[in-house]
Design a protein around this ligand. Structure first.
Ligand code: AMP
Ligand code: MG
Length: 506
């Protein structure tokens, strides 16, 4: 079985309004949810990374590099770029759309329809001033991280393949006026759909309530079984599900130490999936104020500790855009309240699971805030600290020492105090096995991705493959990987571009 034997359907282009023109140059496309456009063929497509798990889900064994690189199409595919808008860093940015992504088609797998989309396959009517292409470094980051997130149990879009194109792409990595050629690549990503909050916003913001209505009906009919759209009540029920899935996703990010970095409303999936892996990062030292995104360095709007609240802000923008379809839009506040409650509940579950507390008690609030305050006292590796707790045999500071960057400055007294409180709370018998399922041992640390990139840029994909394999079992001990990858950030990575700072220049 290959891509050509899949059962290709085209529900989205058949059932929602689209652009009358195919392809063409950048333009406004009022009244449309999509524009037909073919991927741009590339000189030398070579398949470099492949997700067997994703392929199995699709029901295929192998992929054709030329198709996954955008150089040829299969009968039944109906490629298009989606139109959407979005609030970027808090400001309405108007029409954005798939500027460098092209959906090849939707495949009926027997257990549901999945959309296959190429990222980096050339210009579309939504490319604006950019080239529609992607570089190897950001493609590796998307491929590895989305698969790692899946295996961590975090809702996410998936990656099937990474193909290099044999063509250079010019990028100014740090926007400092020093553009340089980089290897071009295309990732094929997969999800039930790539609809975003911004997909709905664009129609509401332009006053096109007819198209908005059609898109909402389509979305609920195909993606939210059991829901309806024919009354305020029904719309609210649907929105509450979106609220819950969004809150659940962000609580998972907080559990594993993931910072999305660009939580603009065009990067918020309607399915509560982590989407659009750009300048994301993973906490090394626990720090609620950290963001990897240099574009956001001043206000840190999308910092780790703000993600739950930004989810709420973004969800409010989605609610506003559904308002025009309701007879009593005031009722949308019910859905907003629901997000808040839902996030709180998921957040509590996360802490309970990470600390093996079972049912959370009111007095646990203090235990948790004490922990956070200890974690932020000196640079303390989040992943190692929680993993150490998950293997603790006695409430002894020596058992968590490995999590600290500087053995000289460990706040031993504060930790001794906290450990003994926690130990008492769990009656000296923490559910370590349960905790090990909430506290991963291996995550895609920023410097790990960078090592995979450095090697791949020299044509060596062994590091990327090694990480891909290891991150399929992030909760297992995997002692063979411990010495190399269960490690705090090495000093060389502290200030290196790509490790501690990332831009949107992908
Ligand atoms: P992002 O912040 O990466 O999600 O992208 C924001 C918007 O910019 C989306 O509409 C993207 O499609 C568009 N975009 C980003 N990079 C490119 C590129 N290289 N070519 C065309 N459009 C791009
Ligand atoms: Mg985006």
């Amino acid at each position: 079985m290959t891509l050509s034997s899949l059962n290709w359907v085209s529900r989205f282009t058949d059932q929602t309004p689209g652009d009358a023109e195919k392809g063409g140059t950048s333009r406004q496309v009022p009244g449309a949810c999509w524009s037909r456009v073919d991927p741009t063929p590339v000189p030398e497509p070579v398949l470099r990374l492949w997700s067997r798990e994703m392929a199995v889900e699709l029901g295929i064994e192998a992929g054709e590099g030329d198709v996954l690189g955008g150089s040829s199409l299969i009968k039944g595919m109906d490629p298009y770029a989606q139109r959407y808008g979005g609030h970027q860093f808090g400001n309405w940015a108007g029409q954005l759309g798939d500027g460098r992504a092209i959906t090849l088609g939707e495949a009926e797998t027997g257990e549901g329809v999945l959309e296959l989309q190429l990222k980096g396959s050339g210009i579309t009517p939504y490319s604006r001033f950019a080239d529609g292409k992607a570089v190897l470094r950001s493609s590796i980051r998307e491929f590895l991280c989305s698969e790692a997130m899946f295996h961590l149990g975090v809702p996410t879009t998936r990656a099937l393949s990474l193909v290099t194109t044999g063509e250079d792409v010019i990028r100014d990595v740090m926007y400092d006026g020093r553009p340089a050629p980089e290897t071009g690549a295309v990732v094929c990503r997969v999800a039930q759909s790539f609809l975003r909050f911004g997909s709905f916003q664009i129609h509401a913001m332009t006053g096109d309530f007819e198209t908005l209505r059609k898109l909402v009906d389509f979305t609920v009919r195909h993606h939210f079984p059991g829901h309806r759209t024919d009354s305020d009540e029904a719309l609210l029920e649907w929105l509450k599900q979106v609220a819950d899935e969004t809150a659940r996703m962000i609580a998972h990010w907080m559990r594993v130490g993931f910072v999305h970095g660009v939580m603009n409303t065009d990067n918020m999936s309607i399915h509560g999936l982590t989407i659009d892996y750009g300048p994301y990062g993973w906490l090394e030292g626990y720090d609620r104020g950290w963001t990897p995104n240099t574009t956001d360095a001043r206000t840190k709007r999308y910092r780790f500790g703000n993600q739950g609240r930004i989810g709420e802000w973004n969800f409010a923008r989605l609610l506003e855009s559904i308002g025009p379809l309701m007879s009593d839009p005031e009722r949308l506040y019910e859905a907003l309240d629901y997000y808040r409650e839902s996030y709180q509940a998921h957040d509590r579950n996360v802490w309970a699971a990470k600390l093996g507390l079972g049912e959370l008690r009111p007095e646990d609030e203090e235990l948790i805030s004490g922990l956070v305050s200890n974690l932020e006292m000196v640079e303390t590796d989040m992943t190692i600290l929680f993993r150490s707790l998950s293997n603790l045999s006695s409430p002894d500071v020596s058992q968590i020492e490995f999590a600290f960057y500087d053995p000289e400055t460990i706040p031993a007294q504060e930790w001794a105090q906290w450990l003994s409180e926690w130990w008492q709370r769990v009656d000296g018998q923490p559910d370590l096995e349960g905790m090990r399922l909430a506290n991963p041992k291996y995550v895609l640390r920023n410097w790990m991705a960078q090592l995979a990139i450095d090697a791949a840029e020299k044509g060596d994909y062994s590091v990327a493959n090694e990480l891909h394999e290891m991150l399929k079992a992030p909760y297992d001990e995997q002692p063979e990987h411990e010495g190399k990858w269960y490690q705090k950030r090495p000093e060389w990575a502290r200030h290196r571009v790509g490790c501690s700072m990332l831009s949107c220049s992908s």
